[in-house]
Design a protein around this ligand. Structure first.
Ligand code: HEC
Length: 143
């Protein structure tokens, strides 16, 4: 008789149920390191639609679907990325040079040299339209 067979059945069931509960918690817990947010998606302009395609291909693996964040990168639909704090140029620099970790605990953003400047301007348009729809407006940066 193996150790496993000696365990009372209910203990096994309880352990399995516990495992499922933990998995469910990890899937839905609001307190994960990801600062993932709920994003309302507006009707996008033509340029923003092109930006969404480039974003999905190059940025979404870290910044999430609709720029809502993942456990590898922050949401860009977030107050700190309002156009007064992170100008359009910040997107260009981030994509060309990468970003050293400074606002978040995710680590550095590696440069994305495969993305063209035209794609970056479209991505900016996309992110700005998402931000506007979600109430993130220009705030003068005071630092
Ligand atoms: C491998 C993961 C990863 C990918 C891919 C990625 N990013 Fe990032 N990005 C990050 C992380 C992490 C940060 C946050 C760094 C910090 O502030 O701590 C960040 C920060 C940024 C910032 C803020 C820059 C600043 O000045 O603070 C912008 C803008 C940005 N990303 C845009 C993009 C765009 C556009 C793409 C796609 C072309 C992209 N990122 C792809 C991980 C990624």
């Amino acid at each position: 008789m193996t150790l496993f067979e000696k365990l009372p059945k209910y203990a096994v069931v309880a352990a399995l149920a516990g495992g499922v509960a933990v998995m469910g918690y990890q899937l839905f817990a609001p307190t994960q390191i990801t600062a993932s947010v709920n994003v309302r998606v507006p009707e996008l302009s033509v340029k923003a639609t092109a930006g969404k395609q480039a974003f999905d291909a190059n940025c979404a693996q870290c910044h999430g679907k609709n720029a809502s964040g993942t456990d590898r990168g922050p949401p860009l639909v977030h107050d700190i990325y309002n156009p007064g704090h992170h100008s359009d140029a910040a997107f260009l620099f981030a994509t060309k040079r990468g970003v050293s970790q400074h606002h978040w605990p995710y680590g550095n953003m590696p440069p994305q040299p495969q993305v063209t400047e035209e794609q970056i301007t479209a991505i900016v348009q996309y992110v700005r339209e998402l931000q506007m729809e979600n109430g993130i407006k220009f705030k003068k940066h005071m630092m």
